[in-house]
Design a protein around this ligand. Structure first.
Ligand code: ATP
Ligand code: MG
Length: 777
């Protein structure tokens, strides 16, 4: 047997070696589901299965990339590049490009991100003179999204009295009209939104049997990770494609189904055995990720759910530390606690920042944590906020590029037609939009043929419009010969974007310029990277597709050595040695919005289970007695989820600032004090303390002097942005994943702006250390 298979236990080996037929691996967190998928693909390739015939669908593109790398390292072959692997959206966007004309779309269709969709929906609501407080664009967008994910087309909508009635009851009788207008406008703009990528794929596979047959034959083997979170649209695609050969392998954990709010359907995993004949079911029970305390605690919580498949999860790992529960007075205190314990753990054990993750229920919670981390000089990265590509200045550049590929793209056009300002006012744009709707043409086409249209503008404006058309057309000509980087550099200069930002002169303006520089660097990287890939063209279209489908998680640029901050939803599938779950308060987590039904509450509990099982060595659960929410200080109670954990796995701490033995010792004066490890009867008794004598005041222990030691100010710098700071020095050798080995020849700037000039074989590169992933040799 192949040597690498010895890295699997017996239970993992069975599904790995089972290549043919339908099969499902249902197993708890950290039991090696993703590992099985990876090894299984490697094994299939080693048995001679052509990677072109394998399709693997993952939760993020990053996960797919990592899997590919792993597979290549196991089978030692560059063939892994030929695997079809990625998220549903990225894989099917590629297929849609190939087949677009059948659906009446151009193959260079634009992918609208949520920002584009929001802007379009806002415009439609305005044009229809609807009340924007009733028709909130985000709600409208999510409603449209749920129709699409349930495969309810506009026509199906209008044929369904129940849907119409539901929207009317929700005081939105015009919902169907907005949906219709939205779909038509996207189509006219040659644009698909994220949900379209799945909806249109379904349309393609149902309407064109020959297309279905083509892809069924192509993807003889299909694998899906995180199957519990597939929605109906994704489910149908997988079913259709696997219908002929039935070589379908899905892995998942019903206890980690956390995307119901986005249409994920837990029944997909529960009913899998009914969907195919002779399904082989595999179970994995041994968790390799976490300590006994973490595994047992997580089991004890998820046990409280009624709807679940019975599963055993155990681990042979050490007991590890108990899960630390920490109460703070306020959210600011909570932030300080998190920052100071990270700081101490890091120092005591000499750990990189990237060993730590802070997980929260809602994005808004990051602020107080960020404040505290910044004060401590602990570098961090927020995942899932506004992604790099959604920043205004970046989207402006991208909009010019999108217009080059698809001049019909209305959202792109509206963004840049008068940015930088070129004297084309909103009134003119409104006239163009009306005309475009009237002629059923794109705005760009109307502009180009302005003389032949009935649009009334003065001759000065006409010239400006035609100049804009000429500008875009000149970019199109250049696109035929230049690479993405050259083109973008030219576009940013010629369009006047750079001049506009330079004029600004504010620190924000400088940051925006730097971001554009960073975008250009990314493009250079892309161009270089594409050279390695056999069938890649390095084209602008390809670059834009990568960008449109990159989730924030995929944006590797920032990874570096930083503490990770993200919502629990984003943390699915990931693991970190130290995990903080913050804001464990009733109404926050579980969320106030999900307390109405048992199934909603059970989804919150699964979310908590996902959070806790991300931790390898140590988990911290924190909550605050009061917190700023929506600008108001509100009192809060600890989350029921803490109470639900078997007490034997917990260590309950109380922060020093609450004891007030000596006001001089308050955390505010010394900045931070190591939290004491005393058991303390809290001012407001948490629910899980009730009736448990174990936590009575008799157990109160005096703090040891060590616990009161303030942290010396000078050591605060130790958490500087780069772990290797002292090694990043002129003359040292470093390795970059793309440029190879090089010598540092110059360093400029300080802190996050530190740049290094490095002499690589391919030439001298100037890299921002904040972004560059360098390995010091
Ligand atoms: P999740 O449910 O969170 O997605 P999972 O079931 O996909 O988890 P993996 O991420 O594949 O689990 O594995 C968890 C960790 O355990 C990984 O670090 C993996 O490398 C390790 N692991 C899995 N199986 C083994 C094994 N047989 N020997 C050693 N390490 C293993
Ligand atoms: Mg996994």
């Amino acid at each position: 047997m192949e040597k690498y298979l010895s890295q699997l236990n017996e239970a993992q080996l069975a599904p790995t070696l089972q290549i043919d037929g339908p099969m499902i691996v249902i197993a708890g967190a950290g039991s090696g589901k993703t590992r099985v998928l990876t090894f299984r693909i490697a094994y299939m390739m080693s048995k001679g299965i052509d990677p072109f015939n394998i399709l693997a669908l993952t939760f993020t593109n990053k996960a797919a990339r990592e899997m590919k790398e792993r597979i290549a390292s196991i089978v030692g072959s560059s063939e892994a590049k030929n695997l079809w692997m990625g998220t549903f959206h990225s894989v099917f966007a590629k297929i849609l490009r190939i087949e677009a004309d059948r659906l009446g779309y151009p193959s260079n269709f634009t992918i609208y991100d949520t920002q584009d969709s929001d802007r379009l929906i806002r415009d439609i609501i305005k044009e229809m003179n609807l009340d924007k407080d009733i028709y909130k664009y985000k709600q409208v967008r999510s409603r449209i999204s749920s129709y699409k994910n349930s495969l309810i087309t506009v026509r199906a909508y209008f044929q369904n009295p129940e849907l119409i009635e539901a929207d009317t009851m929700a005081r939105r009788p015009k919902m169907g009209d907005i949906y219709k207008a939205y779909v038509e406008r996207c189509f006219k703009a040659g644009a698909m939104d994220f949900d379209d990528l799945l909806l249109k794929t379904n349309e393609l596979l149902t309407r064109f049997p020959e297309v279905l047959a083509k892809y069924q034959n192509r993807f003889k083997y299909i694998l899906v990770d995180e199957y519990q979170d597939t929605n109906h649209s994704q489910y149908l695609i997988v079913r259709a494609l696997s219908d002929k050969f039935q070589n379908i392998c899905v892995v998942g954990d019903d206890a980690q189904s956390i995307y119901a709010f986005r249409g994920a359907n837990i029944n997909n995993i529960l009913n899998f055995q009914k969907d195919y004949l002779d399904v082989k079911v595999f179970r994995l029970e041994q968790n390799y990720r976490s300590t006994k305390n973490i595994v047992n605690a997580a089991n004890s919580v998820i046990d409280k759910n009624q709807t679940k498949l019975d599963k055993v999860v155990w681990t042979a790992n050490d007991d590890g530390g108990k899960i630390i529960v920490h109460r703070s007075l306020t959210d600011a205190d909570e932030g300080r606690y998190v920052a100071s314990t990270i700081f101490d753990t890091k120092m005591n054990h000499q750990l990189p920042n990237s060993d730590f993750a802070i997980l929260y229920r809602t994005n808004a919670q990051s602020r107080s944590i960020e404040d505290a981390l910044r004060k401590r000089d602990i570098p961090y990265r927020i995942y899932g906020g506004l992604s790099f590509y959604q920043r205004k200045e970046i989207k402006d550049v991208l909009s010019y590029l999108r217009l080059i590929i698809n001049p019909k793209d209305e959202e792109a056009l509206k963004r840049v037609i008068n940015f930088p300002p070129r004297g084309i006012g909103q009134t003119t744009v409104d006239k163009l939009m009306v005309a475009a709707n009237g002629y059923n043409r794109s705005i760009f086409e109307v502009m180009k043929n302005i003389d032949k249209t009935n649009v009334k503008v003065n001759s000065g404006t006409k010239t400006k419009l035609l100049n804009f058309v000429t500008l875009i057309e000149s970019f199109q000509v250049m696109n035929q010969t230049a690479d993405v980087f050259e083109l973008a550099e030219y576009v940013t200069k010629t369009s006047g974007l750079i001049r506009e930002l330079n004029k600004d002169g504010t620190p924000e303006g400088v940051t925006r310029m730097e971001n554009i520089e960073e975008l250009l660097n990314g493009m250079k990287d892309f161009v270089e990277g594409q050279k390695e890939i056999v069938d890649a063209t390095g084209s602008l279209a390809e670059f834009l597709e990568d960008v449109a489908l990159s989730t924030d998680m995929d944006n590797d640029k920032d990874d570096g050595n930083k503490v990770a901050l993200m919502t629990i939803h984003l943390a699915k599938g990931l693991e970190f040695p130290y995990v903080y779950i913050v804001g464990l308060e009733e109404d926050l987590f579980p969320s106030a919005m999900s307390m109405n039904t048992r199934s909603e509450l059970e989804e919150e509990r699964r979310l908590f289970y996902v959070a806790l099982t991300r931790a390898e060595k140590q988990a911290y659960l924190t909550y605050a007695l009061s917190r700023y929410r929506w600008g108001k200080l509100v009192d809060s109670e600890p989350s029921r989820f803490i109470e639900e954990i078997d007490e034997e796995y917990l260590e309950i701490e109380t922060p020093i600032e609450e004891r007030r033995i000596n006001p001089m010792l308050s955390a505010d004066i010394f900045g931070d004090v190591e939290p004491n490890k005393v058991r303390f009867k809290p001012a407001k008794q948490p629910k899980f303390d009730k009736g448990k004598t174990k936590k009575s005041p008799e157990k109160y222990q005096a703090p040891t002097p060590k616990n009161l030691k303030p942290v010396a100010k000078s050591s605060a710098n130790a958490g500087s942005p780069n772990l290797f700071d002292n090694k990043i020095a002129v003359g040292n050798m470093v390795k970059h994943n793309r440029f190879g080995t090089g010598e540092i020849i110059k360093i400029e700037g300080t802190g996050p702006d530190t740049k290094a000039e490095i002499k690589f074989q391919v030439g001298v590169k100037k890299l921002l250390l904040r972004f560059a992933k360098l390995e010091v040799l």
